[in-house]
Design a protein around this ligand. Structure first.
Ligand code: SF4
Length: 368
């Protein structure tokens, strides 16, 4: 059995009918429960629940402090390459886009590592476009060997791997995986992934579980908010995270909540997700999954990111560039998307401290 069986259970579920019937007394009852089930979680994503965000926020705050304390882990992404064979309609790296392509040499990776680590960050997320030809697993492994000298935790956000390949990168020093399903709705998935290997919905859907089986330390999943009704996508993301947490209790599971940002090339078929909707998503997820990590990236603006800190966020990016070579190189590439919060690591550290939270640069290290 895989998460696909869970997805199928809800594929034809009448979401709108269920959500329309939620009442305020349902929401009060759910907020006051010790443990909420998946239907309660869905109810917290309803229009009715939007009226009770303050009550949800108080509980979300308490649950987050209970599991994570007042801490925010900081990391930054490092783009190794923007070569990509896929045609995802919503992404600037899409093979059809005539952008400046670049792949870092190992010397350039070392330069980027030096610049980033001089900020004090010890957690890094390496990203590539999806091209096994330009960035094969062997290239990722060699990059990780360099980065290990500078960072204590290395996560990857690359094309989905087979289970034995996840074992190989773990062996090389990777301890985290980020992989977004982008959109759980299988029909929309097929529509927005116009061509390329990424069209294989199930291979991607099962990637987080393959990483868990390979004993990845932490696995971060998510949907790209804006590709479908956010209520349905958040529901499936929450179910997916719960499935992984229940089945692989030794893996740290987290979710990211990326909203579509402007990028090179145009994607207009967007289902809007307002700031208020994003708050509701975070609160409902926290009430459903008290131990799940929640990441908010620099796609969101400074003011919103700061205001989200007490509501359930556990991890934030800082000092971000979405260009290949963006931290040190003079010859950068085009970016994947425009970032909104451009603050440096020091500025983020100060903003987190000002909220009474501790910015954490390192919460884990590998001992040989
Ligand atoms: S979303 Fe990923 S796979 Fe799709 S075009 Fe962008 S980089 Fe390539």
């Amino acid at each position: 059995m895989s998460f696909y069986s869970e997805y199928l259970k809800y594929k034809n579920f009448e979401f709108n009918k269920f959500l329309e019937n939620i009442t305020s007394s349902d929401i009060f009852r759910i907020i006051n429960k010790d443990k909420i089930d998946e239907y309660d979680f869905l109810a917290l994503l309803s229009n009715e629940a939007e009226k009770y965000l303050e009550e949800m926020a108080q509980k979300a705050h308490r649950l987050t402090i209970q599991s994570f304390g007042k801490t925010i882990l900081l990391y930054t992404p490092l783009y190794l390459s923007n070569f990509c064979i896929n045609r995802c309609s919503y992404c600037g790296f899409n093979i059809e886009n005539k952008i400046k392509r670049k792949k870092l040499t190992f010397e350039e990776i070392e330069e980027e590592a030096k610049v980033i680590s001089s900020t004090g960050l010890r957690h890094i997320l390496i990203l590539t476009g999806e091209s096994r030809k330009e960035t094969p697993v062997s290239y990722i492994i060699d990059a990780v060997k360099i980065l290990k000298k500078y960072f204590d935790s290395i996560s990857i956000e690359i094309y989905p791997l087979k289970e034995d390949e996840y074992r190989e990168v773990i062996e090389a020093g990777v301890d985290g995986l980020t992989i977004y399903q982008e959109v759980y709705d299988e029909d929309i998935y097929d529509k927005v992934h116009i061509a390329g290997l990424k069209k294989n919905y199930r291979f991607r859907l099962n990637a987080p579980e393959r990483a868990c089986k390979a004993r990845m330390r932490n696995v971060n999943i998510g949907a790209l908010l804006g590709l479908n009704d956010w209520r349905k996508e958040t529901f499936m993301t929450g179910l997916h995270a719960k499935y992984l947490q229940d089945k692989y209790s030794d893996v740290e599971v987290s979710v990211s909540l990326p909203r579509i940002r402007p990028h090179i090339g145009v994607y207009e078929d967007i289902y809007p997700v307002s700031d208020k909707n994003l708050v509701q998503i975070i609160l409902a997820l926290r009430l459903f999954l008290p131990r799940v990590g929640i990441t908010i990236s620099t796609r969101e603006n400074q003011k919103l990111r700061d205001n989200l800190i007490p509501l359930g966020i556990t991890k934030m990016s800082a000092g971000v560039s979405t260009e290949v070579g963006g931290h040190s190189s003079k010859t950068k590439s085009d970016s994947q998307f425009e970032i909104s919060d451009k603050r440096s690591v020091i500025e983020m550290k100060e903003a987190i401290s000002a909220r009474g939270y501790q910015p954490v640069f390192k919460d884990w290290m590998h001992i040989d």
